[in-house]
Design a protein around this ligand. Sequence first.
Ligand code: PMP
Length: 284
Amino acid sequence: MPNISYVDGVYQNYENSKININDRGYHFGDSVYEVILFNEGIFYDFEGHINRLFGSLNAINIKFHLSKISLKIIISNLIKINRISFGSVYIQVSRGIAERNHSYKGMNIKPLLSIIVNKKLNNINNKLNGVKAITLDDNRWSRPDIKTTQLLPNVLAKTEANKKGAFEGIFIDSDGYVTEGSSSNIWIINYNNEIITRAIDGQILSGITRKTVAQFAKLNGLIVKEEKFKKEELYKSKEVFLTSASSFVTPIIKVDDIEINDGKIGQMSIDLRNLYFSELHNYQ
Ligand code: PMP
């Protein structure tokens, strides 16, 4: 099985794909990224992810030299070369390579695009397992809405969760409200069957899966509310689930020491997950 990645115009073996030590992504986290899933030649939410990538580039003032179409061609080539049917694509664009200096003013550097394709086990039709989560203080910078590679608080949160046998760390803001997961958006379903997730208020990433799930749910007559909820509401919810490109819709059955829905996967979470897959394929 070939294992080819892409770095700055060159397709080559993963082991030989190297990034220059002066890359600003390496020094400063001065880079943005996306993760997109694909299945049998179909990308999940491709436009949404690519549009967000260009939005992130714009937000940190990186002048990217490639068009969306060129980028799509490179990504499609890479998947074909690797002969992978189900997996994820990791796309990173850094500001480029330059002698280390905080300010990039006057630097005439070309952004550096790197792409890695990962084969994943297609578990879409497997029996669904719920996951556990823990809560932690949200100690990230004030622009978590930009998808940069500065992910140290997220890395520490996810590791803390994993050490406690949980899958996800859920961030809580200084007023006690849930912001989002370390790598996911968080949702609750209350006893009126209302599906609730925090609004795009600058304190969370505008998740692509979040947007698609909300859209599909509304199209199917479900009530979706975008508003803040507290940690205590999370504990008392009928169902809790997370969304992300790589976890799709995943039910959460325990938060800290509290079992949700008696520790069982809720039916609405299952329905939303199935809806996500079926509608995604319809919309291609
Ligand atoms: N929030 C954070 C902090 C994330 O890292 C992710 C995953 N990229 C998400 C939310 C979910 O976003 P998406 O559905 O676009 O993968």
